[in-house]
Design a binder for this molecule. Structure first.
Ligand SMILES: CC(C)(COP(=O)(O)OP(=O)(O)OC[C@H]1O[C@@H](n2cnc3c(N)ncnc32)[C@H](O)[C@@H]1OP(=O)(O)O)[C@@H](O)C(=O)NCCC(=O)NCCS
Length: 167
């Protein structure tokens, strides 16, 4: 657990999954997945998921997991900050707290997939790389033709190597 001003950052639990689902509907922009997906991801990957809350109310979250074939990488599936809280550094702090979790102790890279229209997300990941003194590479990931429905292409943002401070 970590406190920054009036915002508390903590690992997620399955109970948070339902709140994430409601949060995503209110936040807009983010793609809404079934409530079961949020609850399940928090159950299986709670060690790599983070909730930010103020006075017990969710103001942001990161859902992330370590892909089994990439044990040195944490993949951010969704990150969101409430409209009223955006632009105040909470997105960056969520990612920092994520990487500081014990579940990320072997992580050297952070990845996320981002659509060309999501400028806030692109800025977040580029700023995070810059502030972590490392690089951010943009790579092809899923072209729009991959999707059975109307969907923008997704680019992979690969950040790292993450350099940990000397113990
Ligand atoms: C993307 C998001 C999580 C960023 O959270 P945030 O708390 O506002 O981000 P921060 O305040 O930590 O800002 C991080 C950087 O992104 C930039 N940024 C944030 N919002 C921006 C916007 N709308 N347009 C351009 N840049 C933006 C900030 O200026 C900052 O960069 P800087 O340090 O170079 O100035 C938030 O805007 C959000 O929830 N958006 C809707 C959901 C979404 O798109 N999620 C990502 C897809 S999974």
């Amino acid at each position: 657990m970590s406190k920054d001003g009036d915002i508390l950052y903590r690992p997620a639990t399955p109970v948070d999954g339902a709140h994430m689902w409601t949060f995503v509907q209110e936040a807009g922009v983010l793609e809404l997945n079934p409530s079961y997906a949020y609850i399940l991801l928090c159950q299986h990957f709670g060690d790599t998921c983070v909730v930010a809350e103020r006075d017990g109310e969710m103001v942001g979250f990161v859902l992330a997991y370590i892909p089994p074939r990439q044990p040195d990488t944490v993949f951010v599936w969704q990150v969101g900050v409430s409209r009223a809280t955006r632009g105040k550094g909470v997105g960056i702090r969520l990612l920092r707290y994520l990487l500081a979790l014990d579940g990320c102790r072997n992580v050297r890279y952070l990845e996320a997939s981002v659509t060309p229209s999501n400028k806030a997300s692109q800025s977040l990941f580029r700023a995070f790389a810059r502030k972590s003194n490392t690089s951010c590479r943009k790579l092809p990931f899923f072209p729009s033709e991959f999707f059975p429905d109307e969907h923008e292409s997704e680019h992979l943002y690969r950040i790292g190597p993450i350099v940990w401070p000397e113990a």
